[in-house]
Design a binder for this molecule. Structure first.
Ligand SMILES: Cc1cc2nc3c(=O)[nH]c(=O)nc-3n(C[C@H](O)[C@H](O)[C@H](O)COP(=O)(O)OP(=O)(O)OC[C@H]3O[C@@H](n4cnc5c(N)ncnc54)[C@H](O)[C@@H]3O)c2cc1C
Length: 378
C-alpha cells in the first residue's frame, strides 16, 4: 500500500512507525514543512495510562521515550502564595523536541521516507498518487479547510489568551499558580520536563489582557511583565521565549473524519484544552487506533469508517472533560475568593472526571485537610 502523510508531528510520525512495523512492505512518505530540528514549545505531558498504551503499541519507541522522562505524582496549586500539593497522580514530561527526535529516528530505521522542508500543497495529486492520505497537519490543517464540505469542521476560537514559555526554574509536579494583579488574574501551568527546564504557560481572560495593555507591548516587554507577575514563583529565573506569542485556543471538532482515501489525525481532527495536557497523548493514541483499523485487514474506506466508529466516542468523552476544564480557566477570576485548599479541591474536580471519593483514594491526607477546612460543608 502507498501511504502519504502530511505533517511530521507526533500523530503523523507515530502512525508511520506503527504501520511500517506491522506491514513492512508498505511505502510510506511523510511531508513536513519544517526542518528536523525546528520545533515550537517546550515540554509535553503524558499520564501513566497513556504510557501503558504506548508500550503495548510499540515497545521500542516506548523504551526510548520513557528513558527521557521526568516523572512526578503531585499536582500543586499555588494561590495567595500558599502551595497545596495533591499526590497520587501519575504524570511524566518530555521535551517536545526530544520526542520528535525519537520518532524521527524510528521512522528512519524502519525505512519511512521522511521529507523535511517540504510543503504539501497540491492535495489533488497527493490523493491521486496514494492509497491512503493522512492529514496529520496540525490545528490549522489545510486539508481540513480544502475538504471542509466533506469534513464539516466545527471551529471555536476561545476567549482566553495564553502564551507558552520555558524557564529554568524547576516545577516538580504539575503546578497551577494563580496571581491576582490590578489588571486581573493570571494563571500559570508549569511542569519540569528535563533536568534543567520547565514548561511555563501563562493564561488570562480578555479583560485582564486588555487591562494589562499587552496589545501595545513588544514580545520583550510582555515577557518582562509576566516575569514580574510570577516573580515569587520563578525564584529569580527568567522566562525563556521560543518566539512565544499570545494565542487564543482553537477548539476543533469534525462532523466527519474521513473522505474517500483521506483521513484527519491528531490536532487536525480534534483539540483538547492544554489544561488537561492531552494533545500529544490523543494524537499518538489516534495513530494506534488508525493502525488497528487497518490491522483488521479491511480496505481503505472500510478501515477509515471503522477508525471513526471506534475512536469518536473516546474523543468525545475527552473533549467533554477538557471543555469543562477550559471553561473553568476562562472563569478563573470567579474562584479567587476561595481559600487555597478550597481552590485546590475545586480545581481537582473541575473536569467532572474526579470526585471526592477518588481524590480520597489518591491522597487521603489532602481530603482530610479539605474536609477539616472551616467552610467545608458536606
Ligand atoms: C500551549 C500549548 C501547550 C500544550 N501542552 C501540551 C501538553 O502538556 N501535553 C500534550 O500532550 N500536548 C500539549 N499540547 C498539544 C500538542 O502540542 C499538540 O496537541 C500535538 O503536537 C498534536 O500533534 P499533531 O501531530 O496532531 O500536530 P502537530 O504537532 O502540530 O504537527 C503537525 C505538523 O504538520 C506540519 N505541517 C502542517 N501543514 C503542513 C503542510 N502543508 N506541509 C507540510 N507540513 C505541514 C507542521 O509543521 C507540524 O510539524 C500543547 C499545545 C499548546 C499550544
Amino acid at each position: 500500500m502507498k501511504i502519504k502523510i502530511i505533517g511530521g508531528g507526533p500523530a503523523g510520525m507515530y502512525f508511520a512507525i506503527l504501520m511500517k512495523s506491522a506491514f513492512a512492505g508498505h511505502q510510506i512518505t511523510i511531508y513536513e514543512r519544517n526542518g528536523p530540528d525546528d520545533t515550537f514549545g517546550w515540554g509535553v505531558v503524558f499520564s501513566g495510562k497513556t504510557l501503558s498504551n504506548l508500550k503495548t503499541a510499540d515497545e521500542a519507541s516506548h523504551a526510548e521515550i520513557t528513558r527521557n522522562f521526568a516523572a512526578w505524582d503531585n499536582v500543586d496549586v499555588v494561590h495567595r502564595a500558599e502551595k497545596i500539593s495533591i499526590h497520587g497522580n501519575s504524570f511524566s514530561g518530555i521535551a517536545r523536541l526530544r520526542l520528535l527526535k525519537i520518532l524521527q529516528q524510528h521512522c528512519e530505521e524502519l525505512g519511512v521516507d521522511l521529507r523535511f522542508r517540504t510543503e504539501a500543497a497540491d492535495l489533488g495529486s497527493l490523493r491521486a498518487d496514494s492509497d491512503l492520505l493522512v492529514a496529520a497537519d496540525g490545528v490549522n490543517s489545510f486539508v481540513r479547510q480544502i475538504l471542509s464540505n466533506q469534513f464539516r469542521p466545527d471551529l471555536s476560537v476561545r476567549p482566553n489568551k495564553y502564551i507558552w514559555y520555558g524557564t529554568n526554574q524547576l516545577f516538580h509536579g504539575l503546578t497551577l499558580t494563580f496571581r491576582e494583579t490590578p489588571a486581573g488574574v493570571f494563571a500559570a501551568h508549569s511542569y519540569k520536563f528535563d533536568q534543567t527546564t520547565s514548561t511555563f504557560i501563562v493564561e488570562c481572560d480578555p479583560q485582564t489582557w486588555n487591562a494589562a495593555g499587552f496589545a501595545m507591548m513588544s514580545d520583550e516587554e510582555t515577557r518582562a511583565y509576566l516575569a514580574e507577575v510570577f516573580a515569587p514563583d520563578l525564584n529569580g529565573q527568567s522566562l525563556l521565549s521560543n518566539n512565544s506569542k499570545w494565542i487564543n485556543f482553537l477548539l476543533v471538532k469534525n462532523g466527519c473524519w474521513s473522505f474517500e482515501n483521506v483521513v484527519l489525525l491528531g490536532d487536525a481532527l480534534h483539540t483538547a484544552h492544554f489544561s488537561i495536557g492531552s494533545g500529544t497523548k490523543l494524537a499518538m493514541e489516534d495513530a494506534i487506533a488508525l493502525k488497528e483499523s487497518f490491522a483488521a485487514g479491511s480496505d481503505v474506506v472500510a478501515a477509515l469508517k471503522q477508525f471513526e466508529k471506534y475512536r469518536r466516542p473516546v474523543i468525545e468523552e475527552y473533549q467533554a472533560a477538557a471543555y469543562e476544564s477550559m471553561v473553568w480557566f476562562e472563569n478563573a477570576r470567579d474562584y479567587m475568593h476561595l481559600a487555597p485548599i478550597e481552590l485546590a479541591y475545586v480545581l481537582m474536580t473541575r473536569s467532572g472526571k474526579v470526585d471526592l471519593e477518588s481524590l480520597r483514594r489518591r491522597d487521603p491526607e489532602f481530603v482530610a485537610k479539605y474536609e477539616a477546612s472551616a467552610d467545608y460543608t458536606d
